[in-house]
Design a protein around this ligand. Structure first.
Ligand code: ATP
Ligand code: LTN
Length: 335
């Protein structure tokens, strides 16, 4: 990362809970690379967040490496940005504790992701799942990030991070930057292809509901062909046409065409033609990502070099913030 003091700081993270979906890509990760020149960017594979839901340790290790290679394949350049694995940088856990003591039980209880995930895993409503947003606040505040590029589902967590930052600053004196969310105008919530009322999610049990960014072109096209739509046949963006509107927003982001020109393009044509066009556009768009991912995974030594340097750079920044936070709360200097 270039040491430009005047550039704003960006932080974002993604959980290594499986291959990224088209939702992760359009809502978040595809923007990460584009921001690298204008901002000082810091990106993390948040493995500590992932274990709030039961993970197979062998798979988690594999998914973490893959997620690291995937963000690079999607455009993150570890020479321009700091890219690291969360558990490699101790300051996240340290700041998590300090911030937990400035977070209220009541505000955590209102988090919809906690409610959704507890409902999904009723046999494992662990304390980590409950305090998940505090660790996310620590990730962001440790680097004094100004902006956080995320999908719209993370807005509530970001609001909590802002509140915690403000509360700490007013209790102990100015330290943290209050971050803003950076949410794309189109594609901030890509919906499931099988249930357009539900967000597309990596951990969906139905593989037809998600496009994984490493899916083969024929798989992508087949999944779009099977996407649930309404019984009408007019390609038009409308609230009462959630399936078609979802496909239109995907097509719009991928091709750069606006809704009016998409409506014109498919005027008089049926859903079949439209779904095929969306499938082909997405498959073409993701091909270079798939190729680059394969290339990177074949060179584990290079990946290791990148994430090791990333962790060192991340620690260098965040340890200063944590040291200041320790001093502010009244801990005795250790050195
Ligand atoms: P999981 O299913 O394991 O909870 P997830 O698919 O929701 O995972 P995260 O790792 O929680 O993915 O999210 C990574 C980033 O992708 C976040 O910025 C999140 O807002 C964004 N994101 C996730 N799903 C979507 C979606 N369907 N549309 C747009 N953005 C999304
Ligand atoms: N909670 C986020 C992942 C995440 C994150 C962050 C995103 C963890 N720490 C910091 C932005 C900034 C999610 O996508 N589920």
């Amino acid at each position: 990362m270039s040491e430009q003091e005047n550039k704003k700081i960006i932080f974002s993270g993604i959980q290594p809970t499986g291959t990224f979906t088209l939702g992760n890509y359009i809502g978040a990760v595809s923007h990460w690379g584009k921001l690298q020149d204008e901002y000082n960017c810091i990106y993390s594979i948040v493995d500590m967040h992932a274990i709030t839901v039961r993970q197979d340790p062998v798979k988690l290790r594999q998914h973490t490496l893959e997620a690291y290679a995937l963000i690079m394949a999607c455009g993150v350049d570890p020479k321009k940005s700091i890219a690291f694995i969360q558990s490699h940088v101790r300051t996240h856990a340290e700041l998590n504790w300090i911030l937990a003591c400035s977070t209220q039980f009541g505000e955590l209880s209102r988090m919809t992701q906690f409610k959704d995930k507890s409902a999904k895993h009723p046999d494992d409503i662990n304390a980590g799942l409950f305090t998940y947003p505090v660790l996310m606040a620590a990730d962001i505040l440790a680097y004094k990030a100004d902006l956080v590029p995320v999908g719209v589902d993370q807005k509530q967590h970001l609001e909590l991070a802002r509140n915690v930052a403000q509360r700490f600053n007013s209790k102990y004196g100015e330290l943290f930057t209050v971050p803003d969310a950076y949410i794309p105008k189109v594609g901030a919530k890509v919906m499931s292809l099988q249930d357009p009322e539900k967000k597309m999610s990596k951990s969906d049990e139905n593989p037809n509901a998600c496009i994984y960014i490493l899916d083969e072109p024929d798989v992508i096209i087949r999944k779009f062909k099977r996407a649930v739509t309404d019984s009408d046949s007019v390609v038009r963006y409308a609230e009462d046409k959630p399936g078609i509107s979802n496909l239109m927003s995907i097509y719009s982001v991928i091709t750069g065409k606006d809704y009016a020109s998409i409506e014109r393009e498919f005027d008089g044509k049926g859903y079949g033609d439209f779904k095929l066009a969306v499938g082909e556009a997405v498959a073409d768009h993701l091909k270079p990502v798939r190729d680059e991912f394969a290339r990177l995974m074949a060179d584990k030594a290079y990946l290791k070099e990148c994430y090791t340097a990333g962790a060192q750079a991340a620690l260098n920044i965040s340890r200063k913030t944590v040291a200041k936070a320790y001093r502010k709360v009244g801990f005795v200097d250790s050195m």
